[in-house]
Design a protein around this ligand. Structure first.
Ligand SMILES: [Zn+2]
Ligand SMILES: [Zn+2]
Length: 249
């Protein structure tokens, strides 16, 4: 039962980051009913404040694998692209320590992101989204994702906390690998970037690992190949909770 809960915890946050923070807030690649939209955005809050995440990610798409890219392994190296850019640091040792910080990152990450600017693109200028992107609010929302640690402790004692810590480390590194590994390993499918498609990554990241396909068509909610995030959206579409656009950029 506990392991089922662990998997659900992982999938809930993973869908939140991939569908809420990334495909919906950053790319508007589907439309959703407000309740589902903000549940997805909430689920993704351990990745950082959604508006700041989206603004940064849009720069990544405009400048992919150039000197201006906030996180390219071709400029600054693997560890900088993986997680050093958050701090920001080019120091490999510091970046590796940060990669191993797991749940500690949930606590400090919100304050590393700068506050979002006053003037925002219209699609991000939404009261609830702005509220959820304020750093103290993002901190509290992200912190609530650590509540399962209490259950791990009740069920398994200190070993439960170690297990939760390890899963959090794994979770953050799998997410970060989209900026590092997904621009290095796998088949390139986008003529303009070094982004790659790699099945093992897609499997673990709700489809994000089909990264070349995503760079080739950023506004498409379907990342192609095996895409669990898109399968979830198809189910939501049947339930009439989302509208999928038939478009490719
Ligand atoms: Zn990319
Ligand atoms: Zn994107």
């Amino acid at each position: 039962m506990l392991y089922l809960f662990l998997i659900s915890w992982y999938v809930f946050i993973g869908l939140g980051v991939s569908l809420g923070t990334h495909r919906l807030v950053s790319h508007n690649s589907f439309k959703s009913n407000s309740a589902l939209k903000y549940i997805l955005v909430y689920a993704g809050t351990p990745a950082g404040p959604p508006i700041q995440w989206a603004l940064n990610h849009r720069i990544h798409h405009k400048t992919t694998d150039t000197e201006d890219d906030p996180h390219s392994p071709y400029f600054g190296g693997f560890w900088h692209a993986h997680c050093g850019w958050y701090l920001p640091t080019g120091n490999t040792f510091v970046a590796i320590m940060y990669a191993l910080a797991g749940p500690i990152r949930t606590i400090i990450d919100p304050f590393i992101w700068k506050a979002f600017p006053e003037k925002l693109p219209r699609d991000l200028d939404l009261p609830l989204l702005k509220f959820m992107s304020r750093r103290p609010v993002n901190f509290l929302l992200a912190l609530s994702h650590l509540l399962p640690f209490y259950l791990f402790y009740v069920e398994l004692g200190w070993m439960g906390l170690v297990l939760g810590y390890m899963i959090a480390v794994l979770f953050y590194n799998i997410g970060d690998s989209i900026n590092s590994v997904s621009h290095l390993v796998g088949s390139p499918d986008d003529p303009n970037t070094q982004a790659r498609n790699w099945f093992p990554s897609a499997l673990l990241t709700m489809g994000e690992g089909n990264h070349a396909e995503h760079h080739r068509s950023p506004g498409n909610a379907n990342f192609g190949g095996f895409d669990p995030g898109y399968l979830f959206l198809r189910v939501m579409k049947i339930l009439r909770l989302v509208t999928l656009k038939a478009r490719r950029d």
